[in-house]
Design a protein around this ligand. Structure first.
Ligand code: CP
Length: 307
């Protein structure tokens, strides 16, 4: 049985197939409207979410399936001390596939090891968020027409931002990718990504602090929120939270065809005045998130097109 813990669980060829399927779903939604009739998706969310949980639920409903689950640890038996391992064994009796989000790194992997159904990591602490990465890849592929030959600026909280970690892992497999890592000193990319991923694979990257300096060279600007929930004290968060704010003036320094992505939720890091710029695609990105999650559910449930 296949699970989805990291974007690297899919080969580049499998990822191409997934993007192709998601694109077909976008163009021909009626063809897939009953693909998951009588199937159930469980969403087990031990951490808050709007997009990931609801897009998974929308995805399963679009496929004709149904959903069950919980949206906080407090409303589940985790509040009484039940382990993730026991919970997934129980959920395996109720559902055909499960998306799990948990504040602890590795929790989804633990769940997958005890599960009788495919498990999808919907975010584990500051570690990985593979379905956000699939969403990001579909957005870039659909709007740029390629996943190679790109200079990608990753801006904000590169230390705790799990979407950034997953996206780097996924993109280094494509030719001629360069990263510009834009962060304050305290929120730089962790050394296990810098050394074990970027340097090890000889991926060109530079680290800088000023967004304005990076802007003219970028094909993609991936903005991120400072991850309040991962800070040990409020004072540090308050000092860091408005370090970057993308404004119209800063966007004026960018290429005409640069794309601005953001996994959302946004706090202050993109001024709302930027939303109307055609380069701001973070709400389109949300829509792609539904198609790619539909494609992922079909793939993990081994759906086959009727001959
Ligand atoms: N992008 C993302 O993971 O958003 P949510 O936290 O709302 O799911």
């Amino acid at each position: 049985m296949r699970h989805m813990m990291s974007p690297l669980d899919l080969t580049v060829e499998e990822l191409d197939d997934l993007l192709h399927l998601a694109s077909d779903i976008e163009k021909n939604p009626d063809k897939y409207a009953h693909a998951c009739d009588r199937k159930k998706l469980a969403t087990c969310f031990y951490e808050p979410s709007t997009r990931t949980r609801l897009s998974f639920e929308a995805a399963m409903q679009n496929l004709g399936g149904s959903v069950l689950g919980f949206s906080s640890a407090d409303s589940s038996s985790a509040a009484k001390g039940e382990s993730v391992s026991d919970t997934i064994r129980v959920i395996s009796c109720y559902a055909d596939i499960c998306a799990i989000r948990h504040p602890k790194e590795g929790a989804a992997l633990v769940a997958s090891s005890k599960s009788g159904i495919p498990v999808i990591n919907a975010g584990d602490g500051g570690h990985q968020h593979p379905t956000q990465t699939l969403t990001d890849l579909m957005t870039i592929h659909s709007l740029k027409g390629r996943l190679s030959d790109l200079t990608i600026g990753l801006c904000g909280d590169l230390k705790f931002g799990r979407t950034v970690h997953s996206l780097i892992h996924a993109l280094i497999r494509y030719p001629n990718i360069k990263f510009v890592l834009i962060s304050p000193e305290e929120l730089r990319i962790p050394s296990y990504i810098r050394q074990d991923v970027l340097e090890k694979h000889k991926i060109p990257f530079v680290e800088m602090e000023r967004l304005e300096d990076a802007m003219p060279d970028l094909d993609i600007l991936y903005m991120t929120r400072v991850q309040k929930e991962r800070f040990f004290n409020e004072e540090d968060y308050v000092r860091m939270k408005d370090f970057y704010i993308l404004t119209k003036e800063k966007l004026a320094l960018a290429k005409e065809d640069m794309l601005v992505l953001h996994p959302l939720p946004r706090v202050n890091e993109i001024s709302v005045e930027v939303d109307d710029d055609p380069r701001a695609v973070y709400f389109k990105q949300v829509q792609y998130g539904v198609y790619i999650r539909m494609a992922l559910i079909l793939t993990l449930l081994k759906w086959k097109e009727e001959p």
